[in-house]
Write a protein that binds this ligand. Sequence first.
Ligand SMILES: Cc1ncc(C[n+]2csc(CCOP(=O)(O)OP(=O)(O)O)c2C)c(N)n1
Ligand code: SF4
Ligand SMILES: [Mg+2]
Length: 301
Amino acid sequence: MIERMKDLPLQHLVASGTPMCAGCGGLQALHEACDVLGGKTVIVNAAGCMTLLASYPYTPFRGSWLYTSMASAPAGAQGVRDALDILLAKKRIAPEDDLAALVLTGDGAAYGMGLSATSAAIERGLDFLYLCYDNEGYGNTGQQASGATPHGARTATSPRGHSGYKKDLFAVWAAHKPVYAATVIGAEPLDLARKIEHAARLKGPRLILALAPCPPGWDYDAMDTVEIGRLAVKTGVWPLREYENGRIVPTRIPHPRVPVEEYLRRQGRFRHLFEPQRDEAALAAMQQEVDRYWSAVEAAR
Ligand SMILES: Cc1ncc(C[n+]2csc(CCOP(=O)(O)OP(=O)(O)O)c2C)c(N)n1
Ligand code: SF4
Ligand SMILES: [Mg+2]
């Protein structure tokens, strides 16, 4: 069911007691994205933290809201797009009243449960914008590890540090040759707004992948969300980049790069790398991985 609530700003619900955490980096990115996209949007939301924004029959959005199971948001967006196309063909709505389909999903769905549905939707050339807020774990259910969890991070399912490695979802999308893909972060709002504006003007499958600092999941004080987000970019841990016309282009090259340790030590999920004693080997390996990525970027320029 699609509900449309006009003229209720997002702050309204946040201020009036929605159960979102203070300092939520995902909400920050979503807020900035909605400011750019405006109300002519149908948000198709896979189950996750952002689902808590909408308490039936209300949503804080100016557009419409459709809630799906974790794996099914791209299929939901297909249904929305098809319905709109039929209404347009039958002249039941005017072209200027057309709406955009926006999938809103967490990383658990985007990197894992919903990946095959996403892959199929890109293959079909579905005209949709796909916004993933990546808090690097199943946040809504207590921060279990997901396909986006970085190596070494403590989660509810990896109390001694995650043994796996973060999947490169941007590269997975780029391999599908979509119309557009970009990484963003709420702490860099101008970069985010430019990319959303650009994506909104295009047609076809488009990814906006937002790293989403998460105070309870990453274990830091809510007031540090912007600083941690900026450190993710300055250390090179979260590369800001774009894919279009078959090319991947870095949109920010941090120079000089801040040591990765400055980002890690601010977050309790990495505390075991520093206490009771420093894990020099693990810290060096994490720095080397980031260095390798940026050496390859430099070599390709
Ligand atoms: C198939 C299925 N398994 C488990 C759940 C329970 N569940 C609801 S939200 C959620 C976490 C989703 O993680 P993510 O997509 O990263 O979003 P976040 O909670 O971090 O915002 C889970 C596991 C579910 N809704 N559906
Ligand atoms: S758990 Fe994290 S992603 Fe979920 S609402 Fe709280 S801060 Fe946001
Ligand atoms: Mg998540």
